[in-house]
Ligand binder design. Sequence first.
Ligand code: C2G
Length: 130
Amino acid sequence: MKTIITFGTFDVFHIGHLNILRRARALGDRLVVGISSDALNLHKKARLPVYRQNERMRIIDELKCVDEVFLEESLELKADYIRRFNAQTLVMGDDWRGRFDHLSPLCEVVYLARTPTISTTSIIETIKQH
Ligand code: C2G
């Protein structure tokens, strides 16, 4: 059984999020998703996500392509999470290309192309203009 692990905030869920999760799941038999905590986002982006962490986790957990979710509390704990879930492959969008190559002794590291043009930031901007 091949376990894939991926991480993200998945705030204001959109088609780019769905695309990467489905493509990640297709690389193995089980997909585990680390959802970045509200505190981690506050630290990383200096703002809270639009949706709280428990809501973001529930949305992702209900997807057919996702087998398990957990809360990602720190960007630096990826090696621990990979070991905890016995993941063979780490998948990230290519906006993170190179950032997790140091984990390759532990598991395969794959960067997938982002879905063009859509982002949570652009959705927020569009809503503001309405
Ligand atoms: N994504 C994508 N296409 C988009 C937007 C996002 O493929 N148009 C991917 C990102 O590359 C990422 C995943 O969807 O792999 C989740 O995106 P974000 O929620 O923006 O994740 P981020 O805040 O970058 O958190 O530990 C890493 C972080 O938790 C990643």
